[in-house]
Design a protein around this ligand. Structure first.
Ligand code: SF4
Ligand code: SF4
Length: 285
């Protein structure tokens, strides 16, 4: 291992490309200390494949404002500073919309009457435990579970990432897309593996993900999943832009069937364990 820890994020510009298939197979294939953190907190499904034993659970809260109407003069400053329209000052009342609040603390900090105090609002939980790898050693496991209807996933992802190990290889399963939760999950990674499929949609979303990673300055490579179903435009794009294609996973009905039954790629097609170890060698793990 060249670094401790080596943080590898596995991302995709859109859902359904095989990101979790790859992330879990990677964790199962590696030797030495490995940790898997499922940052796809709106729909975590890494546990379906890794089958961890959960040993601890912690609730995650964000601070939201509570207004003391007796002390408030309805000056309107809190509404002015809130970038998220989470607080509205009416003539005789201040209304707080906790579901819009990002817990930034600006309103309570700036209220001239000290009429705002912060109260904790639960947004989800972090679960921690361990799973068995292919060689019988232990994979440290963690996942975030966002409460239903809750929109604030970045604070939950940050709480989960506070559990990143201090050594070994850490695999982060990143939410799909290129929005705020993705940036939160990928930040701090040493390398990002972008999973895509060889279709026009796959290419379109890959380009967006590549742009985001270039801005963040995080090195990355591409894994083409379901190779053979579409055209060669993803590979052409990678070649033209000097992006390394780390691995191609052929379209295989058996892999799709295994996925639907919660069977990891490395169990359905064991040869990929060796190929994934070679990918890590290429990356520098
Ligand atoms: S900033 Fe403070 S005093 Fe002014 S409206 Fe908001 S809660 Fe009331
Ligand atoms: S804590 Fe921040 S986001 Fe929440 S209401 Fe106050 S200013 Fe708005």
């Amino acid at each position: 291992m060249t670094k401790s820890p080596l943080i590898l994020s596995v991302a995709s510009g859109k859902g359904g490309t095989g990101k979790t298939t790859l992330a879990t197979a990677l964790a199962l294939s590696l030797e030495g200390p490995v940790q898997f953190l499922d940052c796809d907190v709106e729909e975590p499904n890494g546990h379906i494949f890794l089958k961890p034993e959960i040993t601890s659970r912690e609730e995650v809260f964000i601070p939201v404002p509570e207004v003391d109407e007796k002390a408030c003069t309805h000056c309107g400053l809190c509404q002015e500073v809130c970038e998220y329209n989470a607080i509205a000052v009416l003539k005789k009342r201040v209304m707080v919309f906790p579901e819009l609040c990002h817990g930034c603390g600006a309103c309570s900090l700036l209220c001239p009457e000290k009429a705002i105090k912060e109260v904790g609002k639960e947004i989800g939980v972090v679960e921690l435990g361990a799973a068995a790898s292919r060689n019988g050693s232990s994979i440290r496991f963690g996942m975030g579970l966002l409460n239903v209807g809750e929109a604030m996933s970045p604070p939950l992802i940050r709480s989960l990432k506070e559990h990143i190990d201090e050594e070994g290889i850490v695999v982060l399963d990143v939410p799909p897309g290129t929005s705020c939760p993705v940036i939160t999950a990928v930040t701090g990674s040493d390398y990002c593996i972008l999973v895509t499929e060889p279709t026009p949609f796959g290419l379109n979303d890959l380009v967006l993900a590549v742009e985001a990673l270039n801005i963040m300055g995080i090195p990355f490579g591409v894994v083409v999943n379901r190779a053979g179903i579409g055209d060669g435009k993803v590979e052409d794009y990678c070649m033209e832009n000097g992006i390394e294609v780390l691995l191609k996973i052929s379209f295989d009905r058996g892999i799709a069937e295994a996925y639907s039954r919660g069977i990891p790629l490395t169990e359905a097609r064991p040869r990929y364990a060796e190929l994934l170890r070679e990918v890590i060698d290429k990356i520098g793990g």
